[in-house]
Write a protein that binds this ligand. Structure first.
Ligand SMILES: Cc1ncc(COP(=O)(O)O)c(C=O)c1O
Length: 282
């Protein structure tokens, strides 16, 4: 539960959550017309901030909106929202603002709605999680981090109702990513992850895992993963800013590998944690 007294940012003001209100004519509410970011914070410092802000720029450009704040302004605002040194996450959302009426086409001369808050991150279940595969019913511009998440909401809910932590999305016979995470699989000792394109979100955690694999000579291929390959993988991982590198130990009711986090995950997770520690101590 988020405290109603938490200080959040809304359109240039810092105020308690219970006072932060937007109009029912806000286009985020009416159309899901907006984009967002989730940035982890370790030791009071945002992790991979430049990369998150660059993706925000790309998402905004993708929906034909201007960036409302400079990188410096975002940084200053986050510094005021971050409380203490525990692990946290910044959520930020920008919508196309409040139009004069409900009309699909863009309103003219309207200021965007800019919202941000900082809340604790839940600990990661290092023992691994269960996942299911589901058809990918999302739109075709999955590279944009849009707030329009109804398909992802339905997919994740299906997973939760099946006692699973995530739904892995299948499109045209390929496993693409999770409802809110990127996908890695280990096949014949090679780490596989789907290439970036319009059909997946370019995850910041994904990029870091790729970077770590390359720096440590872990065999890696960025290529499409067949649904069948996923089901026969030695290891399956999901990555996201809040779940880090999460091992999947059961997929569609069948054990993955030996039913426990695999040896490559153990190595990758240790390397990933080192990056967090560098930020904490730096
Ligand atoms: C669909 C989707 N893919 C991948 C990710 C992982 O991205 P990141 O590592 O930047 O958190 C997310 C994060 O929420 C997501 O929603």
């Amino acid at each position: 539960m988020i405290s109603q007294d938490l200080i959040v940012y809304l359109n240039g003001e810092f105020l308690p959550l219970h006072q932060a209100k937007v109009s029912v004519l806000d286009r985020g509410f009416l159309f899901g017309d907006g984009v967002y970011e989730v940035i982890p914070v370790y030791g009071g410092k945002p992790f991979r901030l430049a990369e998150h802000l660059e993706r925000l720029d790309n998402s905004l450009a993708g929906i034909r909106m201007d960036q409302p704040l400079t990188s410096e302004e975002w940084g200053d605002m986050f510094a005021r929202l971050i409380q203490g040194m525990e692990d946290q996450q910044i959520y930020l959302q920008i919508t196309r603002g409040v139009g004069p009426k409900r009309d699909h086409a863009f309103p003219k001369g309207v200021a965007p709605t800019v919202f941000a808050m900082c809340t604790p991150i839940a600990p990661i279940p290092a023992s691994g999680v269960k996942a299911i595969t589901v058809p990918d019913i999302r739109w075709q511009w999955c590279h944009i981090k849009a707030v329009t998440l109804l398909a992802n909401v339905l997919q994740r809910q299906q997973a939760v109702e099946g006692g699973c932590a995530e739904a892995i999305l299948i499109r045209d016979g390929f496993a693409l990513e999770g409802a809110a995470s990127n996908l890695f699989a280990v096949l014949d000792g090679v780490l596989l992850t789907p290439p970036k394109g319009n059909d997946i979100l370019p995850g910041i955690t994904r990029d870091l895992v790729v970077e770590i694999a390359q720096d440590n000579h872990i065999p890696l291929e960025q290529r499409k993963i067949l649904e069948d390959e996923l089901h026969n993988a030695e290891e399956v991982w999901l990555t996201s800013s809040t779940r880090e590198v999460l091992p999947v130990i059961e997929l569609d009711g069948k054990t993955v590998g030996k039913g426990q986090p695999g040896p490559l995950w153990l190595r990758m997770n240790a390397l990933y944690q080192e990056h967090k520690e560098v930020l904490r101590k730096g």
